[in-house]
Write a new protein. Structure first.
Length: 256
């Protein structure tokens, strides 16, 4: 949730986008990227406790599920299945004639609750939606009526020792069968697998970028192609909202 008293920064780098926030000696860093080999998008959240005392943190990742061209077209059509261990939720829209199959959302959080109703996540419609019921209370609003609009929401607590950090993975994707969705969901929520996929995403992006390096020797300009992964190895080139050069920007400079 956005807070006026927090400091924010966004960095776009090869194969990833990194969102940072810091407030009350708690640093959050979320890296968003897609797997180059699997139909999965990852959100890798790193939580650093800079305080001199341990913290018990309640984590509530949530996202709306549509599986249609517009939200209104999926009202009452999306079916959902929650895993018994509350780590994954699976969705499909039988009315969607363009894309068939099962979508999934999976997390590494030891969740106490998993919710698919948007109304039970937000709470009764008289509440301020800027502070969802599940975020404030740590569980869905059981008194709210089930809603035709679907979400994937989890709630669980983690301990972060003083000066330590924790990693949370949220992964979402879509495949043809629920059996394949279960396999991918179980694999994707493992932090080690997410880190491996992040490295693969960055490497795949850099391999795809080639730099034309023009060298003047004896009055003759020679052009050599250098793969981006080698050209950027010495320094990770990123673009932040403060205006640092992007990979393409650096490429333009070299070509001049």
């Amino acid at each position: 949730m956005r807070r006026r008293d927090a400091a924010y920064q966004v960095t776009f780098a090869p194969g990833e986008a990194v969102y940072r926030a810091e407030r009350d000696r708690l640093e959050l860093e979320m890296t968003v990227f897609v797997s180059p080999t699997e139909p999965i998008e990852f959100k890798l959240l790193r939580i650093r406790n800079k305080a001199d005392h341990d913290r018990l943190l309640q984590i509530v990742p949530a996202m709306e599920i549509v599986l249609a061209e517009t939200p209104s077209e999926s009202l009452g059509a999306v079916e959902s299945v929650i895993d018994d261990d509350l780590h994954s939720i699976y969705y499909r829209n039988p009315r969607n004639n363009f894309v068939k199959g099962w979508a999934f959302v999976s997390t590494s959080i030891p969740a106490e609750f998993a919710e698919t109703s948007r109304r039970r996540f937000l709470g009764h419609e008289s509440r301020d939606p800027r502070l969802p019921y599940m975020v404030e209370h740590g569980h869905p609003d059981a008194g709210a009526p089930a809603h035709e609009r679907k979400v994937a929401a989890f709630c669980g607590a983690i301990d972060v020792a003083a000066g330590d950090e924790a990693v949370v993975v949220v992964a979402l994707g879509q495949t043809t069968t629920i059996e394949e969705a279960r396999r991918l969901a179980k694999m994707a929520r493992a932090p080690r697998h997410a880190r491996e996929q992040l490295e693969a995403s960055v490497a795949a992006f850099l391999r795809a970028v080639r730099f034309d390096v023009r060298v003047r020797s004896g009055g003759v300009i020679r052009v050599a192609e250098v793969e981006g992964i080698h050209a950027c190895r010495a320094q990770r080139v990123g673009r932040t909202e403060e205006g640092a050069n992007s990979v393409l920007g650096r490429q333009d400079v070299i070509r001049r």
